[in-house]
Design a protein around this ligand. Sequence first.
Ligand code: FES
Length: 569
Amino acid sequence: MTKTRRSAGWYGKLDRDGFIHRSWMKNQGFPDHAFDGRPVIGICNTWSELTPCNSGLRDLAEGVKRGVWEAGGFPVEFPVMSLGETQMKPTAMLFRNLLAMDVEESIRAYGIDGVVLLGGCDKTTPGQLMGAASVDLPTIVVSSGPMLNGKWKGQDIGSGTDVWKFSEAVRAGEMTLQDFMAAESGMSRSKGVCMTMGTASTMASLVEAMGMCLPTNAALPAVDSRRMALAHLTGKRIVEMVDEDIKPSDVMTREAFENAILANAAVGGSTNAVVHLLAIAGRVGVDLTLKDFELGGDIPLLVNCMPSGKYLMEDFCYAGGMPVVLNELGDRLRSAKTVLGGDISAYADGAECYNRDVIRSLDDPLKPAAGLRVLRGNLAPDGAIIKPSAATDALLEHEGEAYVFDSIEDFKANVDRDDLPVTPDTILVLKGCGPKGYPGMPEVGNMPIPKKLVQQGVRDMVRVSDARMSGTAYGTVVLHVSPEAQAGGALALVKTGDRIRLSANEGRLELLISDEELATRRAAWQPDPPHYTRGYAKMYVDHVLQADKGADLDFLVGKDTRPVTRESH
Ligand code: FES
């Protein structure tokens, strides 16, 4: 006997409403038996030509559909907002929460029983997971997969990471503009996400470490035929998951988030994982905090991929991918259920490494302790983060004089001035780029080194801001300072000439002025007038939480799994 499913509330009714729900779907040529009570599987697709990283997802949706039909389900693909990281202004992150709302309300409003999330580009994966978690129907992920390795002049070049290097080389007069332009064609040679361990591949790796996708999903190149086969298998699996009632809240438990934090350290993952994991956890009711990220502190860097290492995602795949990393983490992994219904340890079973320079062993890591460091102190009372694996070791303990840029406009107008009063020991401070100050807190925290220093050969300095940085970026960069300047955080009170002390080892970020002076400056401080006065951006600014809480909107935290009532037909 067929189990009564959620979709029966749409397609199982022998009345006017049922007629309407079925009849309109039949205009696409679906036969009667598609509505016989089989699981309806929504394929939530962020495909868009404006999101080149996700441009392969139409093909993968067909693979998922094959698997769903084969397993006796009824697949229905639907679009949601797509977030093209390199194409959207002011920043795709402004719209992560809007995508999450789109995903949540689309899943809730339609007659579906289970969901396959097709995402890839940086904000699409977390936005989709946030939305799906708030409805909590059985859900599984298929990622876009990374682009093939970039190739130029006989070298492998990596998305993002080499762009930062090339643009600094042009500014230093070490690379011609002609070469710079030629490299852009060699960098992006296929569909797929950035092939460095940027935010997209980081989030795909963490989704695998959390058990929200099938094993090997993170690293298979976008154009590898095995990814299409994985999509097919995922379509089969989601039909079984509906019958087994395995929901995001069963998989994305505290233990799963802890595994994601450990894996993020081992792969040298993006700092953006912090705001995304915090936001996803908030949707499933896991009380994850910034402090939990200290768990990764003593985890060695195992994956030798840019920006922390030298290889690319294609190499990571051929070396064995995430199953090898999970195998290396071994007993450090928490026991946690996956979308396959078993324990995450099964994802590591039998994993063999085929290139020990790409995926190191625990005994021979690239760096002994690679986890993100959480910093606190009077400059960041609610926390800030730094990624030591992508930083210059000698700068992780540093005291210097601040040079302050009050806004991104101030930075752009002045950073290349010949008379900028900075030295390699200066600490560059950028204000006004947090969630409210520059809605979406864009990836400008790895601000370029002042031109006069670049020309002297300086390639890294301590930089402090309330912004984020691209997962493909590197440097001794303190990010996500909370509270942000626009919310009245101490960052707003820093002046050029103040001394700042960074100690990554001690987890401290201190503004070396007296409490009295800080109080005097605070009393005189005024926030900038709001830049946005209408529409979604205004709603975002009015409701966004600080970075240490995941930058979700305050009214979206949590979930609502109640049945939809008050139908209108
Ligand atoms: Fe889309 Fe990097 S810009 S994944």
